[in-house]
Design a protein around this ligand. Structure first.
Ligand SMILES: CC(C)(COP(=O)(O)OP(=O)(O)OC[C@H]1O[C@@H](n2cnc3c(N)ncnc32)[C@H](O)[C@@H]1OP(=O)(O)O)[C@@H](O)C(=O)NCCC(=O)NCCSC(=O)CCC(=O)O
Length: 179
């Protein structure tokens, strides 16, 4: 006998496989997740119940309970999205359209459309962020703002929010042809 898990939620794929979706490791998606057509969840990706994607997405990081990821966004390898179920977090996190959460990055605020979080940078709600005019705000004050690049300046260590022009990232069409 093999026991694959002892949990309150079974794997989603034991009950439903949405069309147009690729899931590399079925254990990583719990029943109650919503994966829109065009979503690919790679081995390191994860999607909890009451969470998911609204369109084409590459998911190599973790989409936690309560988080919605907009069309065209890429959750990079090992990326973390902060939840509110445990740990005391109260900030509602969502990811807009055409965003990139870099590999090993983390997000504790809502991202608007066309945002990028640099690989390895964890933007928590309270992270002090320096804007282009030199002012400093808590990251949660930028919640939902479109077209922001969050980056840790590697020469100063300061977390900066820089304005990004135009549309954000483009996903690889070949990777998302899941039908
Ligand atoms: C922050 C960005 C977006 C920046 O990239 P860009 O292409 O826009 O800019 P760039 O050309 O690299 O850099 C423009 C200029 O800024 C400088 N520059 C770049 N980053 C800097 C930093 N942190 N501090 C100070 N300067 C910096 C560059 O040297 C360059 O300088 P000059 O102008 O002087 O030349 C990137 O570094 C990044 O983090 N991308 C995330 C990619 C990612 O993680 N994808 C997920 C794939 S998932 C995956 O791969 C799986 C991995 C896994 O499973 O673990």
């Amino acid at each position: 006998m093999q026991v694959f898990g002892v949990d309150k939620f079974p794997r989603m794929t034991d009950y439903v496989v949405p069309s147009g979706v690729r899931i590399a490791d079925a254990d990583r998606v719990r029943l109650g997740a919503h994966l829109a057509a065009g979503t690919t969840v790679m081995h390191e990706g994860f999607c909890n119940f009451n969470a998911g994607t609204l369109g084409t997405s590459m998911v190599e990081g973790r989409i936690v309970q309560g988080v919605v990821v907009g069309d065209g966004s890429d959750i990079g390898g090992g990326a973390s999205i902060m939840g509110t179920l445990s740990g005391g977090g109260t900030e509602r996190v969502s990811i807009g359209r055409r965003c990139l959460v870099g590999a090993q990055a983390g997000v504790g605020i809502a991202l608007g459309d066309d945002c990028v979080v640099e690989a390895g940078l964890y933007v928590t709600a309270g992270t002090k962020v320096t804007l282009e005019d030199g002012s400093v705000v808590k990251a949660k004050e930028l919640s939902g703002r479109d077209g922001v690049l969050f980056i840790r300046n590697s020469t100063t260590g300061v977390v900066e929010a820089r304005t990004r022009k135009g549309h954000g990232i483009a996903l690889n069409d070949a990777l998302h042809a899941n039908d």
